[in-house]
Design a protein around this ligand. Structure first.
Ligand SMILES: Cc1ncc(COP(=O)(O)O)c(C=O)c1O
Length: 414
């Protein structure tokens, strides 16, 4: 969505590397998710783990989205930037012991992800409404690391243990009003639909439930051979199921979804430049080294995930070359061009020279937010938003080594 002109414009104002985000792409994605088909009401929560920059939160809020926080710190962060508590739901692997005060006025919602969490919430806040996350026994995701359903996942109350929930709820006078499932990021749309239907069966088992939250996981095609989920297509299937349940039981359940990737992924790019070009001989590889790496964007190293890459040469050329693109960290795993089996997969790119811009696209979600910050003491880079009039807004400033040292204790005992 961002254009070559926009990359070059931003690079004329900011030193590489920097993240560049497209305001209109975020707004368009927000519109798409707000139009998700539904029968009896819809709340869309932006999963801010994808990108928690305040600009993303504000754009999402202006478009009518609520928020899915994945840790007490994310929930607290939302509150700190002025998002009202009633728009935030916390779904976390760790019980929010250090910030229980966020629940005190009864506004921030809690989604218990285990029986222990439910018990703890009941002890601290008896009589409250609460949601439970269920692991439906089925998972799907772009890869093992992003699959969060099924027996090998610790996320949610295992479906065979859901019958233990009523006793805990009764003990603490908790009212289970919401059921939640989320089975992975980059989920197969067919599996997503299947789990949506299974989740409805859980929801109707609890008389007090009025809302079913189906999480996120909508696949986004970053590469040209990857397909983006058709939200209307899967939404209509799910809507029909909500209507079926209404006909069978009289229950008009509200729907919630929690997209992260869908909102942010294609709205961002990491703009870097060629730092070096080396090769390992005739039977080896041509390496294109960029001035960014796993300290700024860890997905390729973690998941062998693929991102579109564009070389923008200083001097126009139609020549191409196959490159293994590597990052600047002293790690042999800091590579941007791996195949699904984690093997070097040279990419055909415009022939590059040192100093040419190299743009890593599809980098708006789980990139800046999931970086290996300060590895090799590389500073976190500038993050910039471009609006539809091509105005550039610095969202987060790069840091200095002094910033990195600021919280370290001065060593005076050695
Ligand atoms: C509970 C929950 N909801 C929503 C999401 C967002 O998923 P995605 O970014 O794939 O839409 C996640 C991601 O891990 C999640 O754990």
């Amino acid at each position: 969505m961002l254009t070559e002109e926009q990359y070059r414009l931003a690079a004329s104002h900011f030193e590489t590397p920097f993240y560049l985000y497209d305001r209109s792409a975020i707004e368009q994605a927000c519109k798409d998710v707000m139009n998700f088909p539904n029968a009896f009401g819809l709340t869309v929560r932006y999963a801010l783990k994808a990108n928690p920059l305040t600009a993303f939160l504000k754009i999402a809020e202006n478009a009518g989205l609520h928020f899915d926080a994945s840790s007490e710190y994310e929930a607290y962060r939302c509150l700190q930037v002025g998002i009202p508590g009633e728009k935030i739901q916390l779904t976390a692997q760790q019980f929010p012991k250090k910030h229980l005060n966020i629940f005190e006025d009864g506004k921030v919602r809690f989604n218990a992800c285990s029986l222990h969490q439910l018990e703890q919430f009941g002890k601290h806040f008896p009589g409250r409404e609460v949601s439970i996350r269920i692991n439906p026994g089925v998972g799907s995701g772009g890869n093992r690391q992003t699959n969060v359903g099924g027996p090998s996942s610790s996320f949610g109350i295992w479906h065979e243990q859901v019958d233990q929930v009523p006793a805990i709820a009764e003990k603490y006078d908790l009212k289970i009003t919401r059921i939640h499932t989320h089975i992975g990021s980059g989920t197969d749309p067919e599996v997503w639909k299947q789990v949506a239907c299974m989740s409805l069966d859980f929801a109707v088992k609890f008389d007090s439930v009025d809302t079913l939250n189906l999480g996120g996981g909508f696949k986004v095609g970053r590469m040209s051979d990857e397909k983006t989920t058709d939200l209307q297509e899967i939404g209509e299937v799910v809507k029909a199921e909500f209507i079926r349940i209404q006909k069978e039981t009289g229950r008009e359940l509200k729907l919630e979804i929690e997209p992260g990737t869908y909102i942010a992924a294609v709205a961002g790019a990491l703009v870097s430049e060629v730092d070096d070009l080396v090769d390992t001989g005739i039977d080896g590889f041509s390496f294109l080294k960029v001035n960014t790496g796993m300290d700024a964007i860890s997905r390729p190293a973690l998941y062998a995930s693929r991102h579109p890459m564009v070389v923008l040469p200083k001097d126009a050329t139609y020549e191409t070359k196959d490159y293994v693109v590597t990052g600047h960290c002293c790690e042999s795993g800091d590579i941007f061009t791996l195949d699904e089996d984690d093997v070097l997969a040279p990419r055909t790119l415009t022939q590059a020279s040192i100093g040419d811009l190299v743009v890593i696209e599809g980098a708006g979600a789980y990139c800046s937010s999931m970086n290996l910050r300060n590895y090799n003491s590389f500073p976190a880079c500038n993050e910039v938003l471009i609006d539809d009039e091509n105005r550039l807004h610095l969202l987060r400033e790069t840091e200095t080594v002094e910033d990195m040292l600021a919280r370290e204790n001065i060593v005076d005992f050695i």
